[in-house]
Each structure stands twice: as structure tokens, then as C-alpha cells.
Design a protein around this ligand. Structure first.
Ligand code: ZN
Length: 295
């Protein structure tokens, strides 16, 4: 199942929906209500519901049988699949080839940092910044884990049961702020610096999340090109590790790190400018393309 959040011009707020293969979107709260199933508007709230996948499947079945709540993808706006996560956890230096690129040692335990939830943006939003505030904006293609079931002190062997699915994220980074501050939160947390999408692909549709191509392109030129088989700490290890320290709740996002080829380490460096177009993609999950603009 591919879950997103959408709106029509008549809607005040986004609603959760299922993207079908035929370019139709099923508006889950509407189709669910008609079928007698209560489905909340926000994807994060849906993920917290008991047996949410079954409820969503029933709503989709009803929509397909009756046409209720079925929209043409061309008539809706796409938003971040999980628009209001409680937490956005990030992992630094988690690809063998990227750690080597920066001259860093392979870490023995995951290096965690965070982006504020206000960074989360949708697949069609522009990445914006004030060019007087930062001059070193960079891209990072990442596989993002979406938490389904609450996780507190879970073992690695149980960790995957707490994963709802995956999406593609761009961990946009202001390198001058990130490296100038001594810690990273400001440089990682400019508004809208976490484009995500195109949809949340549920875990049952991804056979092996540790064997997926991952890439980034700037203006059509491929600058990152690796595989999630390069991950130092796998998704089960990351979920378990995080959950020893803090409770992961439905809708939380874990950015699992980026492969080599980020702009700041290139010779010469490739830093984003107004008018650039950045695409990040992961095999089976799709890709997200955002324009860059000065604000
Ligand atoms: Zn990152």
C-alpha cells in the first residue's frame, strides 16, 4: 500500500489517502465514513490505530466498489506523506562508503541527531532559504523509516514489527551552519529542509530494505549512487537503538543516513542555488524532485 496526504482546492487541511497504480487516490476518511469505518485525517494518527492496515484496505475496497472517495491524482495536491511527525531522528555517517569519503572512522554505535518536525515538506514543495543566511546548502538522499507501532526498549529481533514502511527523504543541510555551530541542529533544521515522499510504501511491499539502489541528482546529473546494502547499522539495529533511549511513536521518521557524493565533499564542491532542481530516489519507493528558491 502507498499512503500519502493530499488536498483539493476546497480543503482546509490535508487528508490521508492511498495512491493506486491507476493514478487514482482513495480519500480514506471519506471512503471509510461511507463504509462505516472511522479513519482520521492525518497519516500519523491512522498509523496509531489498531489494525489500521485492515481499516485502510476495507475503505479502499469500498471505494473501488462504489466510486466513493476516489479522486484523480491530477486534481489533488500532494503533501508530505506524514505531515506532522512527533520526531524526526537522523543518523550520521551510516554508509561505509560515505564515512570513508569524509575521512571519518566507521562508528561503533549509531550517531544520532535530529531535525525539527517543522523541516518536513512534501514532494512538490520548493526548498527555500535566504542566501544571506546560508551559502552552503547541500542535499542528502536517504531511506526514511516510518514508525508504525510504538517502540520502547525493543530488541533487534522485534524491531521490524514496529516499522510501518518507508519513504524517500532529502536531508537538506546548511553546511556552514552545521559545521560552524559545533553541533548540527540549526544547520539541519531550516524550515522545509526535509522534503519527503512520494508516498509511504508499507513494509510488506519492500522485500529487503537493505538492498535498494539509492541516488541523488542535481539538474539531472547523478551525484550520489549507492545501495542501502552499504548501511553500517541496519533498520532493525537503528529502531532498537533509538528505542532504548526514547519512545518511538507512530509517524516518527528515522532518516537512516546518506551515501557518498554529497556536494560539500565534491571537488569542486556542488552547492545548491536558486533555480536548481534536486531529485532523490530509492528503488521501489520512488523519487522526490524539488526546486530550489531564495526567500
Ligand atoms: Zn543525513
Amino acid at each position: 500500500m502507498r499512503l500519502g496526504q493530499y488536498s483539493t482546492p476546497e480543503d482546509d487541511a490535508a487528508w490521508t489517502g492511498v495512491a493506486r497504480d491507476d493514478d487514482a487516490i482513495v480519500r480514506l476518511p471519506e471512503a471509510g465514513a461511507a463504509a462505516g469505518i472511522e479513519i482520521p485525517d492525518a497519516t500519523a494518527d491512522l498509523l496509531g490505530d489498531w489494525r489500521w492496515e485492515r481499516k485502510a484496505e476495507l475503505a479502499v475496497e469500498y471505494a473501488e466498489a462504489t466510486g466513493t472517495g476516489v479522486y484523480d491524482a491530477a486534481e489533488v495536491d500532494r503533501h508530505a506523506p506524514v505531515g506532522d511527525p512527533e520526531k524526526v531522528v537522523c543518523v550520521g555517517l551510516n554508509y561505509r562508503d560515505h564515512a570513508e569519503e569524509g575521512g571519518n572512522e566507521i562508528p561503533e554505535t549509531p550517531v544520532l541527531f535530529s531535525k525539527f518536525p517543522t523541516t518536513v515538506a512534501g514532494p512538490d514543495d520548493a526548498i527555500g532559504w535566504d542566501p544571506e543566511y546560508t551559502q552552503k546548502v547541500d542535499y542528502e538522499a536517504e531511506l526514511v523509516v516510518v514508525i508504525g507501532e510504538e517502540a520502547r526498549r525493543v530488541d533487534e529481533s522485534d524491531a521490524m514489527d514496529h516499522v510501518a514502511g518507508y519513504l524517500v527523504g532529502n536531508d537538506v543541510s546548511a553546511r556552514d551552519l552545521q559545521h560552524g555551530d559545533g553541533q548540527w541542529v540549526r544547520g539541519k533544521s531550516l524550515d522545509g529542509f526535509a522534503p519527503t515522499g512520494p508516498e509511504l510504501v508499507t513494509a510488506d511491499e519492500v522485500d529487503d530494505p537493505h538492498d535498494l539502489d539509492i541516488y541523488a541528482e542535481v539538474n539531472g546529473e547523478r551525484l550520489q549512487d549507492s545501495s542501502t546494502d552499504q548501511l553500517i547499522f541496519g533498520i532493525d539495529e537503528l529502531v532498537s537503538f533509538c528505542s532504548q533511549a526514547f519512545t518511538l511513536t507512530p509517524g516518527d521518521l528515522i532518516f537512516t543516513g546518506t551515501p557518498p557524493g554529497v556536494g560539500v565533499y565534491r571537488e569542486p564542491p556542488v552547492l545548491l542555488e536558486e533555480g536548481d532542481t534536486v531529485t532523490v530516489g530509492v528503488e521501489r519507493l520512488g523519487e522526490v524532485t524539488n526546486d530550489c528558491e531564495y526567500r
